[in-house]
Write a protein that binds this ligand. Structure first.
Ligand SMILES: Nc1nc2c(ncn2[C@@H]2O[C@H](COP(=O)(O)OP(=O)(O)OP(=O)(O)O)[C@@H](O)[C@H]2O)c(=O)[nH]1
Length: 241
């Protein structure tokens, strides 16, 4: 039998211009916390670059995406802005927790109740089999409202330490606010830095799931029907309640 040359064939195909384009990795980050803490505003700020003029309670889940470049690699950050109100989330909860790469817990620094709810949100993650290997961060939002603070940084830091999460205090409205009443130097955008920190961490962990070819329709979830594209990188999935 004549010998074929598989190794030659193989090396030729590797250098061929017919190779599929590199795949864009997607990081799915869910943002959870009580209603009104500012999840929509934070995700909007990161993806659209500004504070939304007006928001309504999220029904089901909103998706916002942004393509970022980290160390020369283009990565899609997909933020799942979940509904804080129980009645708007119950039929969607299963979807939130599937293939999650990171979790952002949000409370409102001017609302102690939203801080006290955090253990329940952590418990919900646990119930949906989200292990501690999934990076989590804690965000105290609305730091621009310095006169109304109800949750001190010390108390929040203790909680964050207890749950091995980094704590960020910020404001979706004024993202230069550092949470201690001071403002970040120059034009630094704290909200941007928070999500980019998560993205860097995820990139270093090299998740292998959830990728799509550039321009593809997405491997995460089929968004083709019942989707509202609002031109700010967001799409939504409502629930039937
Ligand atoms: N002052 C101030 N107000 C904020 C900030 N972030 C959000 N808000 C306001 O807080 C209210 C609720 O914000 P949302 O982003 O809709 O809250 P949410 O957590 O997404 O609420 P649900 O969708 O019901 O879960 C809105 O009136 C926002 O304008 C902030 O950083 N500072």
């Amino acid at each position: 039998m004549a010998e074929t040359g598989p190794s030659v064939e193989f090396s030729t195909s590797l250098t061929s211009s017919s190779l599929p384009p590199p795949r864009t990795r997607i990081f799915k980050i869910i943002v959870i916390g009580d209603s009104g803490v500012g999840k929509t505003c934070l995700t909007y700020r990161f993806c659209a670059g500004r504070f939304p003029e007006k928001t309504e309670a999220t029904i089901g889940v909103d998706f916002r995406e942004r393509l970022v470049e980290i160390d020369g690699e283009k990565i899609k950050i997909q933020l799942w802005d979940t509904a804080g109100q129980e009645r708007f989330r119950k039929s969607m909860v299963q979807h939130y927790y599937r293939n999650v790469h990171a979790v952002v817990f949000v409370y409102d620094v001017t609302n102690a109740t939203s801080f006290r709810s955090l253990p329940a949100w952590i418990e919900e993650c646990k119930q949906h089999a989200l292990g501690t290997e999934v990076p989590r961060i804690l965000v105290g939002n609305k730091c621009d409202l310095q006169d109304s603070i109800q949750v001190s940084t010390d108390v929040a830091q203790q909680f964050a330490d207890l749950h091995s999460m980094p704590l960020f205090e910020t404001s979706a409205k004024n993202p230069n606010s550092q949470g201690d009443g001071t403002y970040g130097g120059g034009n630094s955008d704290h909200v941007e830095a928070i999500f980019m920190t998560v993205a860097h961490k995820l990139k270093s962990q090299k998740p292998l799931v959830l990728s799509q070819p550039p321009g593809g329709s997405g491997g995460t979830i089929n968004l083709s029907s019942g989707v509202n594209d609002r031109g700010d990188g967001s799409r939504s999935w409502g629930c039937s309640c």
